[in-house]
Ligand binder design. Structure first.
Ligand code: GLC
Length: 440
């Protein structure tokens, strides 16, 4: 058994902590400008201009079966799709709005096709729903709203009624939780109570749980979808906490009780979530694989994002990045699935990360840098029964507490009771080689 207990969650996290790796999918009419999913806010685009995207949205290559196959090949076990993002556009056939895919040239309920395709590949299915909505006429202006700097912003805001918007939000989430079968994750995004306007914008308020009536919303969702996992961005504690686009250096804890939390970090390939044609900051395969390992080494999940193009398919850069995962995961996934942070006392050497199977029996040593000849695991002499490379199952010889020499020199006793692993000179042909240690 793993040495770590996690603050209990209302939802069923058993599959989630086993599966560890999922696909985030940001897709919408913002994929057309291809300049970040926040383009409407960033460039303060008017409704009239933004309507062009609605008018011409036609993802003729939309094929979630293909996404699901690629996700599965990459070793991903679940997915989360943006059913509505901050621009308010809905990929699903909601009866509460006309602003939806079925009213564009696309003419299809893209959420339905997605849930069916991913389920058919045996993947768990999640839905993202934006709490923010820059299209709805009752959503009040705030510091993120595309109309925030309009001269008549104050007038524009008059008469907007968040209560009406919140009713809309609840109705739509109910549709998502009712019309698409079993949903494993609901990803609500996001609250920002600290983002109030300043100076002549002081009337602009940030938004928080009360604006969404979050407690009521979550209770209702759990009634409709028992066991569902919900993220913590509606402003109330839910199931998992979700650090975004940051380097993880420890297991996130509850602010008051200090308990370890169920957590999932979401990351992008290139910085933007929605398709961004001109973005050049794509992460290298090495950085991506390390990110996955590092996440699990602190007991968390990685939700890796793809931003399909306006045609509805993955671009070549995305496919290449997924392939890097596929190649590594095909041989090394045993150090990811069902694994967590290594027991206290197992300290990884420099440039390495440990993960450990949740039954405690196997320890996985990931080498970010590949050393010459030997690697020492302090304090681990006598604790390991057998060792092998994970990628090919080839034995890795070791000695306990002593360095052995190929010459006739006597064994040399080493400080700190290390396990000494003897490595081949040539690094196995895997971005990050893994040694599987069977513990006694
Ligand atoms: C942020 C962004 C949003 C993105 C999300 C993913 O909240 O506002 O664009 O969907 O992060 O975690």
């Amino acid at each position: 058994m793993s040495a770590y207990s996690v603050r209990p969650t209302p939802g069923d996290s058993s599959w989630f902590t086993r599966d560890r790796f999922g696909m985030f999918i940001h897709f919408g009419i913002y994929s057309m400008p291809a300049r970040h999913e926040w383009v409407k806010s960033n460039e303060k685009i008017t409704e009239e201009k933004y309507d062009k995207y609605f008018k011409y949205f036609d993802p003729d290559l939309y094929d979630p079966k293909d996404w699901a196959r690629q996700a599965k090949a990459a070793g991903m076990k679940y997915a989360v799709l943006t059913t509505k993002h901050h621009d308010g556009f809905c990929l699903f056939d909601s009866k509460y709005t006309d602003y939806k895919a079925t009213n564009t040239p696309c003419g299809r309920d893209l959420v339905r096709e997605y849930v069916e395709a991913f389920r058919a590949e045996g993947l768990h299915v999640g839905l993202y729903y934006s709490l923010i909505d820059w299209h709805h006429p009752d959503f009040t202006l705030d510091v993120y709203h595309p109309r925030r700097d309009d001269e008549n912003a104050f007038e524009l805001n008059k008469g907007r009624d968040m209560k009406k918007y919140t009713e809309y939000l609840h109705n739509q989430v109910t549709e998502l939780m009712t019309n698409y079968g079993k949903i494993d994750i609901l990803w609500l995004d996001f609250s920002y109570p600290w983002m109030n306007g300043k100076g002549d914008k002081a009337w602009m308020r940030g938004k928080d749980k009360d604006d969404w009536e979050a407690e009521k919303l979550l209770a209702h969702v759990r009634e409709l979808q028992p066991g569902i996992l919900i993220d913590d961005r509606a402003g109330v504690e839910a199931d998992m906490t979700t650090p975004e686009q940051v380097a993880i250096t420890d297991w996130p804890r509850h602010k008051v009780t200090g308990e370890r939390l169920l957590w999932e970090t979401c990351q992008t390939f290139s910085g933007s979530w929605g398709y961004a044609r001109d973005e050049m900051s794509w992460k290298s395969p090495e950085m991506l694989i390390r990110m996955l390992i590092n996440t699990v080494s602190y007991g968390g999940n990685l939700l890796m994002n793809v931003g399909p193009t306006a045609r509805g398919c993955l671009d070549s850069r995305t496919e290449a990045a997924l392939k890097a995962f596929a190649e590594w995961m095909k041989y090394n996934s045993r150090s990811i699935y069902g694994c967590t942070m290594a027991d206290p006392g197992f300290t990884a050497p420099p440039d390495c990360r440990f993960t450990q199977s949740q039954d405690g029996k196997r320890l996985y040593l990931h080498m970010f840098a590949y050393p010459f000849h030997t690697i020492l695991l302090p304090g681990m002499a006598g604790k390991v029964d057998y060792a092998q490379f994970l990628n090919d199952g080839s034995e890795v010889r070791f000695s306990d507490g002593v360095m052995q020499y190929i010459t006739d020199l006597e064994d040399e006793k080493l400080e700190g009771d290390p396990l000494v692993l003897y490595l081949p000179t040539v690094k196995p042909d895997h971005i990050v080689p893994v040694i599987e240690l069977f513990l006694k």
